[in-house]
Write a protein that binds this ligand. Structure first.
Ligand SMILES: [Ca+2]
Length: 190
């Protein structure tokens, strides 16, 4: 560790320098998954000026529990995202994504249906999850978009609905400089 580029006209005073090892958290890759402390830390709006994020209660555990609500979105592409620890993505490793989703009408706030048969952005598709890799050494245009469509049957409009998908890390994903998880491509009317 060294400092340079500081003018010799100044003295340099430093205190309490530490280099800490931050352990990889590959078993629970997503930080702050359940908003338990009433905090949305680690989560971002995909486009800060075109939508809003707010904690929402009841969460999936009922009253007093929190979930995160993305609303006032002016395009289907907008949603929430979190950057993942890309050191966890080693070729051949398997991950399981799980989440609980609700959909509310953007105007009335009432629960709404979606169609799990729609494995594309139909305007009626259920919430899905995307793994997005940036600046990858392998892959089309050096970006990876893996969308995991929601195929859970029997969507209940007035309840939290389970989402579960698995994926295998390949060389392309393992090569990316940054990896994000996105929840987006849901009709802006929901
Ligand atoms: Ca929660």
């Amino acid at each position: 560790m060294y400092f340079d580029g500081i003018s010799t006209a100044y003295d340099v005073i430093v205190d309490n320098i530490e280099v800490k090892h931050l352990p990889k958290q590959c078993n629970a890759l997503v930080e702050n998954p359940s908003f338990n402390n009433g905090s949305a830390a680690f989560w971002q709006a995909t486009d800060r000026d075109r939508m809003k994020l707010k904690l929402h209660s009841p969460g999936s555990e009922g009253q007093g529990d929190f979930a995160l609500r993305a609303y006032a979105r002016d395009h289907q592409a907008y949603g929430i995202r979190q950057q993942l620890d890309k050191r966890c993505f080693v070729t051949g490793e398997e991950y399981k994504i799980s989440a609980k989703f609700r959909l509310l009408n953007a105007t009335s706030g009432a629960g709404v249906h979606c169609n799990t048969n729609d494995q594309w952005m139909s305007g009626k598709n259920c919430p899905s999850v995307m793994i997005y890799g940036e600046e990858c050494a392998v892959g089309a245009n050096r970006y990876i978009y893996w969308r995991f469509w929601n195929t859970v049957q029997g969507w209940q409009k007035d309840a939290y609905n389970d989402f579960k998908k698995g994926f295998l890390v390949n060389d392309a994903l393992a090569s990316c400089l940054n990896v994000w998880v996105y929840i987006n491509e849901i009709s802006k009317d929901q």
